[in-house]
Design a protein around this ligand. Structure first.
Ligand SMILES: Cc1cc2nc3c(=O)[nH]c(=O)nc-3n(C[C@H](O)[C@H](O)[C@H](O)COP(=O)(O)OP(=O)(O)OC[C@H]3O[C@@H](n4cnc5c(N)ncnc54)[C@H](O)[C@@H]3O)c2cc1C
Length: 404
């Protein structure tokens, strides 16, 4: 049976659009179906947030030809200071340990959206169908039927493989019978841009308060992207209060490590959860990005993990010759390749939250000793650095090719 496309990607957000770009100029005929245009106020993936990209994500973006445009709006992270409220424990990670030009980069999600969608629009083998919403997917033995709605018109397209990258936002996972294990955290993330009176010198801060982490990621000279984990009601109150009161509360919670806070903009609140699929494929559908796993943004890992999904799925599709891209051997191989990384990152971020929000004395004492000890134990520090940079475990061929 002839199909309309080899691959249909549902969701052209951060991960779906990256997946499409990784397959640009290949023999695959690809459709990306996205509900919102990249510059729309309703676009949930490319919004007011900035994300921290690991060094390995930079390599993937380099390999897909997007990095030169992204780096123009990125700020390099050269040092990270990790501290804990009311205690002596702290650790620092820096480029002097990693011997790279940066540990990671901070980039506005809107910039990533513009760069990826520009590339998609200029690529012959990729068709963007937007605005359009996928309502249902029917997996047959030889092909899949994707039912979509575009400008109030119902359309049907057939393909060999469906890549579900909808961020778990549309109910398609449940409809297809995927089993998602989800747990909500009692906290939310308060996001904003803050300005201080001191140059940041490319330093990021991760400060653990009793409610969870407060992260400051360097942006322009004296500006930081703030991600502050708080109980839901506190987050909402602080998002709505006056700038003056907000800056006062932030200064009290964070101290003066980054200087005096002077201004704040773009405050928003995001609920936080932890979710993982027991198996990321069924029939002819493979699930990547947030639809397959959601992690707490504590260590800035969520999108980076999704980009590693892209790297490995790309590798298998490129090794596939003229075989069926939606066949069970490719998809079960993908599942095996992604199982370990997904589990470890989920456990690592969840463990950080639980360790640093616990009031139980031995845990509290242990985390202080632990933070200080990291500075004294080169092997532990090296492992933490590799994880922070996304360089732990096997790298996909896409990431490796981004080094050139
Ligand atoms: C506060 C916060 C801070 C974060 N900071 C970081 C960080 O520093 N570093 C990091 O790596 N990660 C970070 N993350 C995580 C990161 O934002 C996500 O991992 C990433 O956005 C996931 O991208 P995605 O494309 O998988 O899903 P999404 O971003 O949810 O995108 C899904 C896309 O699918 C579209 N869509 C949904 N349903 C349909 C449908 N039926 N039909 C068509 N289109 C559809 C949506 O419109 C959207 O464009 C953070 C998250 C939060 C909440």
């Amino acid at each position: 049976m002839s199909v309309d496309y080899d691959i249909v990607i549902v969701g052209g957000g951060m991960v779906g659009a990256s997946m499409a770009c990784s397959l640009a100029d290949t023999d695959y005929r690809i459709a990306v179906i996205e509900a919102f245009k990249p510059d729309s106020d309703q676009q949930p993936s490319f919004d007011e947030r900035t994300v921290a990209l690991t060094y390995s994500s930079k390599l993937i973006f380099n390999a897909i030809g997007a990095w030169l445009d992204i780096v123009a709006e990125a700020c390099a992270i050269k040092d990270i200071e990790v501290t804990n409220q009311d205690s002596f424990g702290f650790t620092t990670l820096g480029t002097k340990d990693s011997h790279t030009e940066a540990l990671g980069y901070v980039v506005p999600t809107r910039c990533i959206g513009q760069v990826l969608h520009r590339k998609i629009n200029n690529t012959e083998n990729i068709k963007l169908i937007c605005p359009a919403t996928v309502d249902s997917i029917d997996n047959k033995s030889e092909y899949s039927v994707v039912n979509l709605n575009t400008q109030n018109q119902h359309k049907v397209i057939n393909c060999k493989l469906v890549v579900l990258a909808d961020g778990g936002r549309s109910g398609l996972l449940e409809q297809l019978g995927f089993k998602l294990k989800t747990e909500s955290y009692p906290q939310s993330a308060l996001i904003g841009i803050v300005a201080t009176d001191t140059l940041h010198n490319n330093k990021a801060f991760e400060h653990f308060t009793g409610h969870g982490p407060l992260a400051l990621l360097p942006l322009r000279e004296r500006d930081y992207a703030l991600a502050w984990t708080l109980p839901e009601t506190d987050a909402r109150e602080l998002a709505a209060c006056t700038d003056h009161l907000f800056l006062e509360k932030l200064q009290t919670a964070f101290g003066k490590r980054a200087g005096q806070f002077k201004a704040v903009a773009s405050r928003n609140v995001y609920p936080l959860s932890h979710a993982i699929l027991s198996r990321p494929w069924l029939q002819r559908t493979v699930v990547i990005g947030n639809a397959a796993h959601i992690v707490h943004p504590v260590a800035g890992q969520g999108f980076n993990l999704g980009l590693r999904d892209v790297g490995f799925l790309h590798e298998l599709l490129m090794n596939n010759g003229f075989q069926d891209p939606g066949g069970p051997s490719l998809l079960s191989e993908y599942s095996k390749l992604r199982q370990h990384d997904t589990k470890i990152v989920g456990q690592f971020t969840d463990g950080l939250i639980r360790t640093f929000t616990s009031d139980f004395f031995p845990v509290k004492a242990g985390r202080n000793i632990g933070l200080s000890a990291i500075n004294l134990l080169p092997r532990v520090k090296k492992e933490l650095l590799r994880r922070t940079m996304g360089l732990h475990g096997r790298q996909s061929r896409l990431a490796i090719s981004g080094k050139q």
